[in-house]
Design a protein around this ligand. Structure first.
Ligand SMILES: CC(C)(COP(=O)(O)OP(=O)(O)OC[C@H]1O[C@@H](n2cnc3c(N)ncnc32)[C@H](O)[C@@H]1OP(=O)(O)O)[C@@H](O)C(=O)NCCC(=O)NCCS
Length: 151
């Protein structure tokens, strides 16, 4: 990333369908694996964006994506998904701002509890969520059922 981007002001806005390519580039640069044939594909994202439960946000600086988060709610809880910050912008509060914005928008829809799933190896992400007020919840096993390996 060029020097001028590293100093540019960060602002947060809603993700749009046409942002897909830039979002994927950010996922790559931020080291977030994605499933282009499944739930992270272009068509899947377009469908998700039409749901009124989706709060999908990007952080931009100097016209470049420096962070993103896919928030949502299921009526009971708000979920923080696919949070990523460009390495050139890490530890500059971008992740915290993105999560706070999702929480604010979901709280306006009546949601009072927020959650995220973090893989055990991801010490940085666990430290991040603890720092912004999330408490680890022990004693839960995560079960999934998939239509296919790609989904
Ligand atoms: C996790 C991630 C989103 C954090 O984003 P960020 O913008 O760098 O985080 P912030 O600057 O808002 O951090 C706020 C506070 O959280 C804590 N924190 C953030 N990253 C941390 C890390 N790697 N190790 C320890 N503490 C960390 C710090 O206390 C930090 O405050 P400080 O910098 O003043 O000490 C980012 O590192 C990332 O994109 N990681 C790769 C993708 C990923 O793992 N996503 C999460 C999937 S569940």
């Amino acid at each position: 990333m060029k020097e001028e981007f590293a100093d540019a002001e960060v602002f947060i806005r809603e993700l749009r369908e046409e942002d897909y390519g830039a979002l994927v580039a950010l996922w790559r640069e931020g080291g977030l694996p994605y499933r282009p044939q499944g739930r992270d594909g272009r068509e899947a994202l377009a469908r998700q964006l039409k749901e009124d439960t989706a709060v999908y946000l990007v952080a931009e600086a100097g016209g470049t994506f420096v962070g993103a988060v896919l928030g949502s709610h299921d009526g009971h809880k708000g979920w923080i998904n696919r949070l990523v910050v460009h390495p050139d912008y890490s530890r500059r509060n971008v992740g915290a701002m993105l999560v706070a914005d999702v929480e604010r928008r979901l709280a306006a829809r009546g949601i009072g509890i927020f959650a995220c799933l973090v893989e055990d190896w991801n010490e940085g992400s666990k430290a991040f969520f603890e720092k912004i007020g999330y408490k680890p919840f022990r004693g839960v096993s995560y079960f999934t059922k998939r239509k296919s390996d790609d989904v």
